[in-house]
Design a protein around this ligand. Sequence first.
Ligand SMILES: C[S@@+](CC[C@H](N)C(=O)[O-])C[C@H]1O[C@@H](n2cnc3c(N)ncnc32)[C@H](O)[C@@H]1O
Length: 258
Amino acid sequence: MRDEGAGVTTRPAPTPHRPRNDPGQYDDLADEWWRPDGAFAMLHWLAAARAELVPPARRPGAVLVDLGCGAGLLAPHVAGKGYRHVGVDLTRSALEQAAEHGVTAVRGDAARVPLADGCADVVAAGEVLEHVPDWRRAVAEACRVLRPGGTLVLDTLNDTALGRLISIRVAELFPGVPRGIHDPRLFVNARELVSECARHGVPVRVRGVRPQALGMLRWLVRRALPGGMAGRSAVAPPRIVPTWSAAVLYQGRGVKGG
Ligand SMILES: C[S@@+](CC[C@H](N)C(=O)[O-])C[C@H]1O[C@@H](n2cnc3c(N)ncnc32)[C@H](O)[C@@H]1O
């Protein structure tokens, strides 16, 4: 793993008293990343949906830069698309797992990406912008490392009253959902995101997405049963589907001009 010396390193003992959005929570929850019914289950569903927006590589040696890659949950979904998958993240414990899944792991801040201008055919920024204190800086960096003609794909949480209600107050009521992983003050207004991307040469279209309702219900019921998912016949993970409103969760996709 390349270490670019950004702030967070060791794996501390779990503590329930971390401030909201403290990146140390990802160390506390390091064993959850690859559990399909664990604390990060929804990230698996979102990664599958994000990968559908990634086109097949158009040249040999094409690079996909995955900002805030976490443990590399996107990797299995883009594996057949022909990219070298480079992941940038602050959290060393997550990067170690990403590397085990074939991701070239680079430790660094999404707001100061330690990669060259125009090095990426695709930049993915999945569920990370809402964790970066200056998301505009991260968007500028995503657009900088993207080559002309390259594709930006992202998903994040909208800075709306409904977004804060669902993503914090409602979501954190569910057993298994980590409390305090999000700070609603960092949520990303969709209109501002579109205008910021355009300012950096990437016209982005956004659409609201949500877990498919019946699949989600089936999955929640199955997980709530005594013994959880263990030993039960597999239940398909809910699909992430488009929805009419981008007020809570949204995806964006755009191609850099020039
Ligand atoms: C919600 S997880 C999403 C992980 C991955 N994109 C996925 O969808 O599975 C957020 C990730 O962003 C990382 N992160 C938070 N702030 C960051 C920053 N400023 N720069 C780089 N990574 C950051 C965290 O360490 C964590 O791995």
